[in-house]
Write a protein that binds this ligand. Structure first.
Ligand code: ZN
Length: 733
């Protein structure tokens, strides 16, 4: 009998299977095998915060397979990922499968290479209960906070909204920036550029070292510059060193992949996961900048071979992480002699980036010569500020050899000396305005979260994804912009739960979770210290009035129908102004006090022979057509067929063909063979779906709600439900 090795992903199982002999059977748990029940808070016994886990849908088969393989083995090895999540999966497997008296041990490695795995197999250990308890504490805490905070927001703001322990502080950071941007008052200033030539007719552009705020002063400088004789005042050369940067942590990897490759954090993590599972890089969730001794030695050999001996300079980088126990290694290639790796474009590009960063981190400094030229007019009546030109020249590339993209371009300045005359070609002042602070990019937010101690390497990408899925932020180009809904949710939390979404509190809680992982703090005490005051606060807010409006509108704007004052409300499409007498009067305006988009006839529907109208409703733009059918016995009212305009289509650009296409929904796909009830496909507030007997399922690419057929719909309905709360949210529509 051999040994059974359990990992979490099939790709990882495949790679490991290749390395181990016939004595080993490698099987994948395919992620988590158990989780908290989805629906309610009873998942957690508040006495002692004991979670009640359930086998996740579809995992019975996996567990049965593991169980039968285990019977044929004489030892079970749990080889899930080397972090808390991995420790927890290992523990859940051990809990869910009855291994009898078989020895069950845990093995840990940070890279999926033959050497690392064989080495790890020499040192099996027991499951680390502190690590898995820390993961459990995070899970329980997030469930409790999410449940209670969301509950109060549903009651006091609007049904279906949500909040989360780490997601809400991240949203607050974005909303605070948005307020700074709104409050920003641009200030005028002038930049002054002079074009000159040396005596050898080489152009030398210089910029004024001061940026006056007054037009008068800018004009004076320009006038003096035009009249005077230009002369080189000084030429300074200084040598500077540029040191390489530490190898990647999760956060710096996400930032660099964003700047260099334009990848979002989740795209980066997807590609990194694949590289890791194929054995090309070390584990990608880490906050350590440490490299193992073997790795440094190997990298030094590669550097010496490629760039020469003088390029090698091995270094260690201080790690900020407080978790010595989990602080494994930076993200690096498992084999630095491999210059390229990966199965698709994303993986290949990311591998190159990881390679360059790890290798360059062990190389000599780059040496750069910086040149600064100052010039002025020699004969101005009143002195004017100096003008400056900066140049730089790489003397010795050092580590930039391995990471040339980090280099930037050399700026060569003409060779001149102090006292040399310059010929004036042109001098101009340009009016400019100071810019508001910019919005965070995804990578910028990750950096900010890390700096504030919010979240951990394993959570950055999912925090941002949650905010986008909830439609609390949208992406404009690369920047994250809070939506009206995001702003309203954040404002409510800031007003009522300020402490719980503050940086300090959130960071402190992360530290406490780390302390549970280190065995320094107890699970139950940590949770009860948090939860008792928290739930008291939540209960106290139950007494708040429901916020039916977001406040009064500007009094100069009145209801277009009855002239009453207006109030700000939150609709599906964002904020708008509503008559304060609603529901007695349904007058409404845009948030800027303009008329709401008017109904627009798009054309004649070929099937119904009736006009299609584009309208704007509470949940956004939609198209409408009266069908030939009528309803009611006495009053013959035409049945109106309506369909929302999908988010990615601009309402003002909807064509007749598109409108007809949209109106093909809802589609009746046919009858369910078991219940005899109709299955329908449609698009709702939360995207495309199919529904059978109140069982709502999302329709995701490659399936298309406009073309999906009965057979495929039946398949989807057979799948276990994945998306939490989808049916619940649907009902709220
Ligand atoms: Zn009114």
């Amino acid at each position: 009998m051999g040994k059974l090795l359990i990992v979490e992903s099939p790709a990882k199982a495949k790679t490991i299977g290749k390395y181990l002999g016939p004595d080993y059977t490698v099987v994948a748990s395919v992620g988590h095998v158990r989780d908290l029940p989805k629906s309610n808070k009873k998942a957690i016994d508040m006495e002692g915060f004991v979670p009640h886990y359930e086998v996740s849908a579809g995992k019975e088969k996996v567990l049965a397979e593991i169980s039968s393989l285990a019977k044929k083995s004489d030892e079970v090895l749990l080889a899930t990922d080397p972090d808390r999540e991995g420790e927890a999966i290992a523990w859940h497997v051990a809990q869910a499968v009855n291994f009898g008296k078989k020895p069950v041990r845990r093995v840990v490695f940070h890279e999926i290479t033959k050497d690392a795995i064989l080495e790890a197999l020499q040192h099996p250990r027991d499951i680390d209960q502190n690590l898995r308890r820390a993961q459990e504490a995070r899970r329980v805490l997030d469930r409790l906070v999410g449940y209670d905070l969301s509950g109060i927001i549903w009651k006091k703001v609007r049904y279906g909204l949500s909040a989360g322990r780490v997601q809400s502080p991240a949203l607050r950071i974005l909303v605070e920036r948005e307020r700074e941007i709104k409050a920003f008052k641009p200030e005028r200033y002038f930049t002054i550029a002079v074009q000159t030539e040396t005596s050898k007719k080489v152009p030398l552009p210089l910029m004024c070292t001061e940026e006056p705020k007054e037009q008068k002063e800018a004009d004076r400088i320009v006038e003096s510059g035009k009249k005077g004789s230009w002369i080189v005042k000084s030429v300074e050369e200084s040598e500077a060193k540029r040191a390489p940067r530490a190898p990647f942590t999760t956060s710096t990897l996400q930032q660099a992949a964003s700047t260099r490759l334009g990848f979002s954090p989740s795209r980066t993590m997807r590609a990194a996961q694949k590289l890791y599972e194929a054995g090309y890089i070390t584990y990608m969730r880490t906050d350590s900048t440490n490299l193992s001794k073997q790795a440094v030695t190997q990298i030094a050999v590669v550097i010496e071979k490629t760039y020469g001996k003088e390029a090698v300079l091995t270094r260690t980088y201080a790690t900020k992480s407080k978790n010595a126990q989990e602080a494994h290694e930076a993200v690096r290639p498992t084999d630095a002699s491999k210059l390229k790796a990966g199965h698709d474009d994303d993986q290949k590009k990311l591998y190159e980036l990881i390679w360059a960063r790890a290798v360059s981190s062990q190389m000599a400094d780059a040496r750069i010569m910086r040149t600064k030229i100052l010039a002025n007019v020699s004969d101005a009546k009143a002195p004017i500020p100096d003008f400056q030109a900066n140049g730089s020249r790489t003397l010795c590339k050092g580590w930039l050899e391995a990471d040339p993209e980090a280099r930037g371009e050399d700026v060569e300045l003409p060779k001149i000396a102090q006292g040399d005359p310059l010929t004036l070609i042109d001098i101009t002042a340009t009016e400019k305005f100071t810019e508001p602070p910019s919005r965070y990019s995804e990578a910028g937010l990750v950096k900010e979260l890390e700096a504030r101690g919010i979240g951990r390497p394993s959570t950055y990408a999912s925090i941002i994804k949650t905010l986008e899925d909830r439609e609390y932020v949208t992406k404009e180009g690369r920047s994250l912009k809070p939506t009206d809904t995001g702003e309203v949710v954040s404002t409510f939390l800031e007003d009522n739960f300020n402490q719980y979404i503050s940086d300090g509190f959130t960071a402190e809680m992360e530290d406490k979770l780390d302390s549970i992982a280190n065995g320094e703090m107890a699970y139950e005490k940590t949770l009860s210290d948090f939860y008792k005051p928290f739930i008291k606060e939540v209960k106290a807010k139950e007494k708040l009035e429901k916020a039916t409006t977001l406040g009064d509108a500007d009094p100069s704007i009145t209801c277009p129908k009855c002239g009453s004052p207006m109030v700000v409300k939150l609709g599906r499409g964002g904020k708008f102004l509503s008559c304060s007498r609603y529901p007695d009067c349904d007058g409404a305006l845009t948030i800027d006090g303009k008329e709401l988009p008017k109904d627009k006839v798009i054309g004649i529907h070929p099937q119904y022979n009736q006009e299609i109208t584009l309208k704007t409703g509470k949940y956004g733009p939609y198209v409408e057509v009266p069908t030939g059918e009528t309803t009611g016995k006495k009053v013959k009212k035409p049945v109106l067929r309506r369909a929302s305009v999908p988010k990615e289509v601009k309402p003002e650009e909807v064509t007749l063909a598109q409108a007809v296409h949209f109106l093909s929904l809802p589609r009746q796909l046919g009858m369910h063979p078991e219940t005899g009830k109709t299955i329908t496909a449609n698009i709702g507030r939360f995207g495309p779906y199919i529904v059978h007997d109140a069982d709502f399922r999302s329709v995701k690419a490659p399936d298309d709600v406009y073309t999906i057929e009965l057979a495929r719909a039946l398949e989807i309905l057979k799948e276990p439900k994945k998306k939490r709360g989808f049916a619940r949210k649907k009902k709220a529509e």
